[in-house]
Design a protein around this ligand. Sequence first.
Ligand code: TRP
Length: 339
Amino acid sequence: MNNKYENILTGIRPTGNLHLGHYFGATSNWVKLQNEYTTFIEIADVQALTDNFDNPDKVRKNVYELTIDLLSVGIDPKKSTIFIQSKIPEIAELTVFYSNLVTISRLYRNPTIKTEIKQKRELFGNDGESVTYGFLGYPVSQAADITAFNGTLIPVGDDQLPLLEQCREIVRKFNSIYGDTLKEPKELLSKSSRLKGLDGNEKMGKSLGNAIYLCDSEEIINKKITGALTDTKKIGKNDPADPNVCMVYYYHKLVNKDNVETVCNECKKGLRGCVACKKELISAMNKFLEPIREKRKYYEEHPEEVDSILKEGTKKARTQAISVMQQVKKNMKIDYFDE
Ligand code: TRP
């Protein structure tokens, strides 16, 4: 069933491949949502460039990598419109118009921006040089992403809530000045919280080297899981241990659901050694990843298909953006003449 009154709009920055955290926290949910709603998925290359403007090769490469990842997990281009942000000039136009409706101090107070600026300062020093105009303004651009497609339901993690609040403020301000034009978006909070890394770190990521990627080969999975953190108090193979401090158990819960109770009980009673337990997880993880890998292989071998999915998706998305833009320009009284 297609809910005609709501548009799903979500975005993702093409800065790296998808890992299990993305899968369980976001994309597996998008795969379900695409059956119920008109769904737009933006490959946010312009937003990726706010952080990576000096690395265009990285962004370019990851636009394709990410598209393949999305298709591999089951995003269906017949149901979801996958498009490239930079190819929709209306988003950039809207960003300029919205930038009049947001104060600089409000942007600095945005908790997501605040956290990200803090991280930048830790990396690059405290001189403020690291904060560009483009970076500070990305919440404005994200409001344009959402409203250009009449996005009303936005599947996000809780780190994105301040950006959505900022978007709603922009929408209200716009509508109060120029008349009812834009729709206010609501969040669709993803249920599962962030996944921990294989080393037990609260965050999973490339720089930490503790993530399992959907494109990891069997060999890499083998190596990564073999090195995962277990209960450090367990010395002998038959010592009882605490599964709740073990990352191997943590991942059993995700990809080995059928046997997870046995894993837990045997671990607590000292009936299973860590080596065997890791082997079982390696096999379950490879089984889980296999269909994803297969699809990836297909798209890697058919790059022209990936190109045409992006091209078609972008074309379709643009039609929607143009129609919103016409209304925006009319209400802002800048619809001077038809081209
Ligand atoms: N900021 C989001 C992230 O880093 C990506 C994004 C870009 C997005 N545009 C969006 C998310 C629009 C939701 C809606 O994950």
